[in-house]
Design a protein around this ligand. Sequence first.
Ligand SMILES: C[S@@+](CC[C@H](N)C(=O)[O-])C[C@H]1O[C@@H](n2cnc3c(N)ncnc32)[C@H](O)[C@@H]1O
Length: 255
Amino acid sequence: MAEIRPYYSEKGLTATFYDLTTAMDPSLAGDIEIYRALAPLGGSVLELGVGTGRVALALAEGGLTVTGIDLAPTMLVQARAKLAAAEPRVAARLILLQGDMAALSLAGTFDAVICPYFGLAHLPAGAAWRNVFAGVARRLKPGGLCAFHLPSAERMAQTPAAAPDRPVFQAPLDASGRQLSIFIHQRTAKPGVGRFDQVVDHVVVGPKGEERRARERITYYAADPDPYALAAGLVLDRPPIDLGGVGAIHVFRRH
Ligand SMILES: C[S@@+](CC[C@H](N)C(=O)[O-])C[C@H]1O[C@@H](n2cnc3c(N)ncnc32)[C@H](O)[C@@H]1O
């Protein structure tokens, strides 16, 4: 039986193919523009769970100064490689740090704090979410905005059971005929406690049929962020912005 590793782990394949899969994910369409509009021209942004820099680099290219933190070395490796290849004026606007969004130890304040693509949903609601929102409130300038993209618990609970032999994603990797397929091996929903688990298989098949597989588990926690934001002294800035029908971006403001 294949070993199940945590998502983004060293021997997994999630981080390697993250940019390829997210680029083809219609449920993220338009998200970067929403985040870009939260900070003034030339302003500063803190991104929690910066990952491979998918959002952060685009914001830096648009003239914003971005600090991105992430827990996973595999994701930061990808982000740093992109940063090294970026134009110097863009690279100078992006700082990448390893750290936990629930224990922010940064100095300074930002015009906006963003947590795209279900970043906060990797942490269980409760103490961890309280710590995240308290840290965000401390790092925001007065009047600054923060945005959390979270999955919809209803939508996740309705997702049909996994069909482990039917790929949910397939794409050629290069001209040699290498192909990536992604399968959902197992899906478990506990809507009562807002916990949703998926065991995901990445399978790379080479031109001669040689195969590399990695099995990883991702857990999402879904909850209403409003009470956590209000407890941290933030206020709701606007109604949640639906993204692809599977989640929404929740925007709060510091007084
Ligand atoms: C789905 S990715 C999003 C990456 C990027 N923001 C984007 O939109 O493409 C979620 C990221 O959150 C990171 N993450 C999970 N828990 C974290 C924590 N406690 N502190 C910081 N980053 C965390 C993961 O390592 C992963 O890179």
